[in-house]
Design a protein around this ligand. Structure first.
Ligand code: TA6
Length: 303
Protein backbone atom coordinates (compact mmCIF):
# COMPACT_ATOMS: atom_id res chain seq x y z
CA UNK A 1 0.00 0.00 0.00
CA UNK A 2 1.38 3.41 -0.90
CA UNK A 3 2.22 5.90 1.80
CA UNK A 4 -0.69 8.23 1.04
CA UNK A 5 -3.27 5.43 1.25
CA UNK A 6 -1.74 4.31 4.52
CA UNK A 7 -1.82 7.86 5.91
CA UNK A 8 -5.45 8.32 4.92
CA UNK A 9 -6.41 5.02 6.52
CA UNK A 10 -4.56 5.76 9.74
CA UNK A 11 -4.95 9.54 10.15
CA UNK A 12 -7.46 10.76 7.57
CA UNK A 13 -10.70 12.30 8.85
CA UNK A 14 -13.59 11.99 6.41
CA UNK A 15 -14.57 15.37 4.99
CA UNK A 16 -11.93 17.16 7.10
CA UNK A 17 -8.40 15.83 6.65
CA UNK A 18 -7.00 14.09 3.57
CA UNK A 19 -3.44 13.34 2.46
CA UNK A 20 -2.46 13.65 -1.21
CA UNK A 21 0.73 13.21 -3.16
CA UNK A 22 1.87 16.42 -4.85
CA UNK A 23 3.30 16.34 -8.38
CA UNK A 24 6.70 16.83 -6.69
CA UNK A 25 6.23 13.51 -4.91
CA UNK A 26 5.93 15.27 -1.54
CA UNK A 27 2.87 14.51 0.59
CA UNK A 28 0.46 17.31 1.53
CA UNK A 29 -2.24 17.25 4.19
CA UNK A 30 -5.38 19.09 3.04
CA UNK A 31 -7.58 20.33 5.89
CA UNK A 32 -11.09 21.69 5.47
CA UNK A 33 -13.70 22.17 8.19
CA UNK A 34 -16.58 24.51 8.90
CA UNK A 35 -14.23 27.16 10.30
CA UNK A 36 -11.27 27.20 7.90
CA UNK A 37 -9.16 25.48 5.27
CA UNK A 38 -5.41 24.84 5.38
CA UNK A 39 -2.68 22.80 3.74
CA UNK A 40 0.54 21.44 5.20
CA UNK A 41 3.49 19.74 3.50
CA UNK A 42 4.83 16.77 5.48
CA UNK A 43 8.37 17.77 4.49
CA UNK A 44 9.32 20.31 7.16
CA UNK A 45 5.85 20.05 8.77
CA UNK A 46 5.38 23.16 6.69
CA UNK A 47 1.99 24.82 6.98
CA UNK A 48 1.54 26.42 3.57
CA UNK A 49 -1.93 27.96 3.64
CA UNK A 50 -4.63 28.93 6.12
CA UNK A 51 -7.92 30.69 5.26
CA UNK A 52 -10.62 31.13 7.90
CA UNK A 53 -14.14 31.06 6.42
CA UNK A 54 -14.68 34.62 7.73
CA UNK A 55 -11.87 35.97 5.53
CA UNK A 56 -12.10 36.82 1.83
CA UNK A 57 -8.28 36.57 1.59
CA UNK A 58 -5.96 33.91 3.08
CA UNK A 59 -4.24 35.00 6.28
CA UNK A 60 -1.03 33.11 5.53
CA UNK A 61 0.89 34.14 2.38
CA UNK A 62 2.33 31.59 -0.05
CA UNK A 63 4.47 32.79 -2.93
CA UNK A 64 3.03 32.38 -6.43
CA UNK A 65 6.48 30.95 -7.22
CA UNK A 66 6.54 28.54 -4.27
CA UNK A 67 7.74 25.14 -5.47
CA UNK A 68 7.57 21.86 -3.60
CA UNK A 69 10.81 19.92 -4.06
CA UNK A 70 12.53 17.31 -1.91
CA UNK A 71 15.11 18.90 0.35
CA UNK A 72 14.14 22.45 -0.54
CA UNK A 73 12.35 25.00 1.69
CA UNK A 74 9.03 26.41 0.47
CA UNK A 75 8.68 30.20 0.09
CA UNK A 76 5.89 31.35 2.35
CA UNK A 77 3.59 29.69 4.85
CA UNK A 78 5.03 29.03 8.32
CA UNK A 79 8.49 27.49 7.93
CA UNK A 80 9.83 25.68 11.02
CA UNK A 81 13.32 27.00 11.70
CA UNK A 82 15.17 24.60 14.04
CA UNK A 83 17.58 23.77 15.75
CA UNK A 84 19.22 27.08 14.88
CA UNK A 85 17.91 30.43 13.57
CA UNK A 86 19.75 32.21 10.78
CA UNK A 87 23.15 30.99 9.58
CA UNK A 88 24.81 28.12 11.52
CA UNK A 89 27.19 29.54 14.14
CA UNK A 90 30.28 27.83 12.72
CA UNK A 91 29.39 25.83 9.60
CA UNK A 92 28.51 28.14 6.69
CA UNK A 93 27.70 25.10 4.53
CA UNK A 94 24.88 24.04 6.88
CA UNK A 95 21.37 25.19 5.83
CA UNK A 96 20.24 28.63 7.00
CA UNK A 97 17.52 28.39 9.67
CA UNK A 98 18.39 24.75 10.42
CA UNK A 99 17.50 21.50 8.67
CA UNK A 100 14.01 20.81 10.12
CA UNK A 101 12.14 22.50 7.25
CA UNK A 102 13.81 20.46 4.52
CA UNK A 103 13.51 16.89 5.85
CA UNK A 104 10.53 14.52 6.02
CA UNK A 105 8.47 14.44 9.22
CA UNK A 106 6.12 11.61 10.22
CA UNK A 107 2.44 11.96 11.12
CA UNK A 108 1.81 10.79 14.69
CA UNK A 109 -1.73 11.93 15.52
CA UNK A 110 -4.84 13.59 14.14
CA UNK A 111 -8.26 14.44 15.55
CA UNK A 112 -11.10 16.90 15.87
CA UNK A 113 -11.13 19.38 18.78
CA UNK A 114 -14.33 19.81 20.87
CA UNK A 115 -14.89 23.17 19.08
CA UNK A 116 -14.66 21.52 15.63
CA UNK A 117 -11.08 22.53 14.80
CA UNK A 118 -8.88 19.96 13.04
CA UNK A 119 -5.74 18.83 14.87
CA UNK A 120 -2.67 17.26 13.28
CA UNK A 121 0.68 16.40 14.90
CA UNK A 122 3.91 15.60 13.06
CA UNK A 123 7.25 14.47 14.49
CA UNK A 124 10.91 14.78 13.50
CA UNK A 125 13.14 12.24 15.24
CA UNK A 126 16.91 12.47 15.21
CA UNK A 127 18.72 10.28 12.69
CA UNK A 128 22.25 9.71 11.45
CA UNK A 129 21.62 12.46 8.89
CA UNK A 130 20.43 15.00 11.46
CA UNK A 131 23.10 14.08 13.99
CA UNK A 132 25.71 14.82 11.33
CA UNK A 133 24.64 18.47 11.61
CA UNK A 134 23.44 18.46 15.20
CA UNK A 135 24.80 15.68 17.43
CA UNK A 136 21.92 15.33 19.86
CA UNK A 137 19.14 12.81 20.61
CA UNK A 138 15.81 14.61 20.43
CA UNK A 139 12.32 14.66 19.01
CA UNK A 140 10.58 17.71 17.60
CA UNK A 141 6.77 17.77 17.41
CA UNK A 142 4.58 20.28 15.61
CA UNK A 143 0.87 20.30 16.38
CA UNK A 144 -1.39 22.50 14.27
CA UNK A 145 -4.99 23.21 15.29
CA UNK A 146 -6.92 24.68 12.37
CA UNK A 147 -10.07 26.74 12.89
CA UNK A 148 -11.10 30.42 12.78
CA UNK A 149 -7.99 30.71 14.96
CA UNK A 150 -4.79 28.92 13.97
CA UNK A 151 -2.71 27.49 16.80
CA UNK A 152 0.72 25.88 16.39
CA UNK A 153 2.75 24.20 19.13
CA UNK A 154 6.43 23.39 18.50
CA UNK A 155 7.81 21.03 21.16
CA UNK A 156 11.46 20.04 21.55
CA UNK A 157 12.13 16.96 23.74
CA UNK A 158 15.71 16.27 24.81
CA UNK A 159 15.88 12.45 24.82
CA UNK A 160 19.64 12.40 25.35
CA UNK A 161 21.90 12.47 28.40
CA UNK A 162 23.30 15.99 27.95
CA UNK A 163 21.77 19.46 27.80
CA UNK A 164 21.59 21.24 24.45
CA UNK A 165 20.76 24.76 23.23
CA UNK A 166 18.36 25.51 20.37
CA UNK A 167 17.45 28.50 18.26
CA UNK A 168 14.01 28.22 16.64
CA UNK A 169 11.27 30.08 14.84
CA UNK A 170 7.85 29.76 13.35
CA UNK A 171 8.87 31.98 10.45
CA UNK A 172 5.36 32.92 9.37
CA UNK A 173 4.53 34.93 6.24
CA UNK A 174 1.26 36.86 6.61
CA UNK A 175 -0.91 37.94 3.66
CA UNK A 176 -1.41 41.73 3.53
CA UNK A 177 -2.85 44.21 1.03
CA UNK A 178 0.37 46.19 0.54
CA UNK A 179 3.53 46.51 2.66
CA UNK A 180 3.26 50.31 2.41
CA UNK A 181 -0.17 50.24 4.10
CA UNK A 182 0.41 48.09 7.18
CA UNK A 183 1.71 48.72 10.69
CA UNK A 184 2.94 46.21 13.24
CA UNK A 185 1.86 47.20 16.73
CA UNK A 186 3.04 45.75 20.06
CA UNK A 187 6.83 46.06 20.08
CA UNK A 188 7.17 49.69 21.15
CA UNK A 189 10.06 50.12 23.61
CA UNK A 190 11.60 46.74 22.76
CA UNK A 191 15.29 46.39 21.96
CA UNK A 192 16.06 44.86 18.57
CA UNK A 193 19.01 43.81 16.44
CA UNK A 194 18.70 45.66 13.14
CA UNK A 195 20.16 43.22 10.60
CA UNK A 196 19.98 45.56 7.61
CA UNK A 197 23.54 46.72 6.84
CA UNK A 198 25.21 44.80 9.67
CA UNK A 199 23.82 44.22 13.14
CA UNK A 200 23.02 47.25 15.30
CA UNK A 201 21.16 47.26 18.62
CA UNK A 202 18.29 49.76 18.56
CA UNK A 203 15.05 50.44 20.49
CA UNK A 204 11.62 50.42 18.85
CA UNK A 205 9.82 53.74 18.89
CA UNK A 206 6.07 53.25 18.48
CA UNK A 207 4.48 51.09 15.79
CA UNK A 208 6.52 49.61 12.90
CA UNK A 209 5.78 50.83 9.38
CA UNK A 210 7.72 49.93 6.23
CA UNK A 211 9.54 51.98 3.59
CA UNK A 212 12.49 49.70 2.80
CA UNK A 213 14.16 46.36 3.62
CA UNK A 214 13.38 45.61 7.25
CA UNK A 215 14.98 42.71 9.13
CA UNK A 216 14.77 43.07 12.90
CA UNK A 217 15.22 40.58 15.76
CA UNK A 218 13.32 41.98 18.75
CA UNK A 219 14.74 40.46 21.93
CA UNK A 220 13.47 39.77 25.46
CA UNK A 221 9.84 40.19 24.48
CA UNK A 222 6.86 37.90 24.99
CA UNK A 223 4.57 40.58 23.57
CA UNK A 224 1.74 39.78 21.22
CA UNK A 225 1.64 41.77 17.99
CA UNK A 226 -1.09 43.09 15.74
CA UNK A 227 -0.65 43.55 11.99
CA UNK A 228 -2.96 46.42 11.10
CA UNK A 229 -3.84 46.22 7.38
CA UNK A 230 -5.41 49.38 5.92
CA UNK A 231 -5.87 47.87 2.44
CA UNK A 232 -7.55 44.58 3.45
CA UNK A 233 -9.30 46.33 6.34
CA UNK A 234 -8.30 43.77 8.93
CA UNK A 235 -6.11 43.14 11.89
CA UNK A 236 -4.11 39.93 12.32
CA UNK A 237 -3.44 39.10 15.97
CA UNK A 238 -0.18 37.25 16.63
CA UNK A 239 0.05 35.84 20.16
CA UNK A 240 2.82 33.51 21.42
CA UNK A 241 4.20 31.67 24.43
CA UNK A 242 7.60 30.09 25.09
CA UNK A 243 9.23 32.65 22.79
CA UNK A 244 11.26 35.71 23.81
CA UNK A 245 12.23 36.98 20.35
CA UNK A 246 10.09 38.32 17.53
CA UNK A 247 11.41 38.87 14.01
CA UNK A 248 9.82 41.40 11.65
CA UNK A 249 10.95 41.10 8.03
CA UNK A 250 10.26 42.39 4.57
CA UNK A 251 12.91 41.91 1.86
CA UNK A 252 11.82 44.95 -0.19
CA UNK A 253 12.59 45.31 -3.90
CA UNK A 254 16.29 44.49 -4.28
CA UNK A 255 16.52 41.52 -1.92
CA UNK A 256 13.20 40.13 -3.23
CA UNK A 257 14.42 40.20 -6.83
CA UNK A 258 17.65 38.42 -5.80
CA UNK A 259 15.62 35.74 -3.99
CA UNK A 260 13.74 35.04 -7.21
CA UNK A 261 10.84 33.12 -5.65
CA UNK A 262 8.80 35.90 -4.10
CA UNK A 263 6.29 35.93 -6.97
CA UNK A 264 6.86 38.31 -9.87
CA UNK A 265 6.59 41.19 -10.33
CA UNK A 266 6.27 42.27 -6.68
CA UNK A 267 4.66 39.47 -4.69
CA UNK A 268 6.81 40.58 -1.76
CA UNK A 269 4.55 43.64 -1.35
CA UNK A 270 1.70 41.34 -0.26
CA UNK A 271 3.52 39.71 2.65
CA UNK A 272 5.09 40.60 5.94
CA UNK A 273 6.85 38.20 8.30
CA UNK A 274 6.09 38.43 12.00
CA UNK A 275 7.97 35.46 13.38
CA UNK A 276 7.83 33.94 16.87
CA UNK A 277 11.40 33.05 17.65
CA UNK A 278 14.07 32.17 20.19
CA UNK A 279 17.34 33.53 18.84
CA UNK A 280 20.41 35.69 19.73
CA UNK A 281 20.27 36.33 23.51
CA UNK A 282 17.09 34.24 23.73
CA UNK A 283 18.29 30.82 22.56
CA UNK A 284 16.87 28.07 24.79
CA UNK A 285 18.75 25.50 26.87
CA UNK A 286 16.81 22.21 27.00
CA UNK A 287 18.12 20.04 29.83
CA UNK A 288 18.58 16.29 29.36
CA UNK A 289 15.16 14.64 29.55
CA UNK A 290 13.32 18.00 29.50
CA UNK A 291 10.84 19.46 27.00
CA UNK A 292 10.45 23.04 25.71
CA UNK A 293 7.33 24.22 23.84
CA UNK A 294 6.83 27.38 21.83
CA UNK A 295 3.27 28.18 20.75
CA UNK A 296 1.61 30.73 18.45
CA UNK A 297 -2.01 31.70 17.99
CA UNK A 298 -3.18 33.67 14.94
CA UNK A 299 -6.59 35.34 14.50
CA UNK A 300 -7.85 37.71 11.82
CA UNK A 301 -10.39 40.43 12.67
CA UNK A 302 -12.21 42.56 10.09
CA UNK A 303 -12.16 46.30 10.91
O1 TA6 B 1 13.66 35.97 9.34
C1 TA6 B 1 14.24 36.90 8.44
C2 TA6 B 1 15.36 36.18 7.69
O2 TA6 B 1 16.33 35.71 8.58
C3 TA6 B 1 15.92 37.14 6.65
O3 TA6 B 1 17.23 37.55 6.99
C4 TA6 B 1 15.87 36.31 5.35
O4 TA6 B 1 17.05 35.56 5.21
C5 TA6 B 1 14.65 35.44 5.62
O5 TA6 B 1 14.82 35.04 6.98
C6 TA6 B 1 14.41 34.31 4.65
O6 TA6 B 1 15.31 33.30 4.85
P1 TA6 B 1 15.21 31.99 3.89
O7 TA6 B 1 16.33 31.11 4.35
O8 TA6 B 1 13.85 31.38 4.11
O9 TA6 B 1 15.34 32.50 2.48
Amino acid sequence: MIAVQQLNMQFGIKGQLEFREDISGLIVAEISNQQASASLCLQGAHLMTWKPRSQAMPVIWLSRDAKLAAGKSIRGGAPVCWPWFGPHASEPAFPGHGYARTVPWEVVESGTEPGGETRLTLRLTDSEKTRAQWPHDCTLDLTVIVGETLRMLLSTKNTGASDFVIGEALHTYFQIGDIGAVRVIGLAGCDYWDKVGGSTLRKQDGAISFSGETDRVYINTAAKCVIEDERLKRRIHVAKSGSLSTVVWTPWTEKASKMGDMGQPDGWREMVCVESVNAMENVVKVAAGAKHTMTVEYRAELI
